[in-house]
Design a protein. Structure first.
Length: 97
């Protein structure tokens, strides 16, 4: 346990930021999961507009998490790039049919 006043304050701050970071990461992972589920559904139906809407939300959450330094900015960029590539591939696979 911290003894000095500034160590006690720092401990309180760390606990608050840990909870905030966990919530932000969890929300981001949930959005990614929803996007992937909608992408799997779109493979069956052939409509990727729902997946694109989820990608917009994922990009927003990832950018906010990166701005708050909850995740690394390169991780946010990598995540957005990979997910958008999957959506593009799905839309190209669907469009000729």
């Amino acid at each position: 346990m911290p003894n000095s006043a500034n160590a006690k304050k720092r401990h309180r701050q760390n606990l608050r930021s840990r909870d905030r970071n966990r919530a932000m990461k969890s929300d981001l992972k949930s959005q990614v999961r929803k996007l992937l589920e909608s992408l799997n559904d779109s493979a069956k139906t052939g409509d990727v507009t729902v997946a694109r809407e989820h990608l917009r939300l994922v990009a927003k959450k990832a950018d906010r998490a990166a701005a708050a330094r909850t995740i690394h900015p390169n991780r946010a960029a990598r995540m957005k790039s990979r997910l958008s590539a999957r959506i593009l591939a799905a839309s190209k696979a669907v469009s000729p049919a």
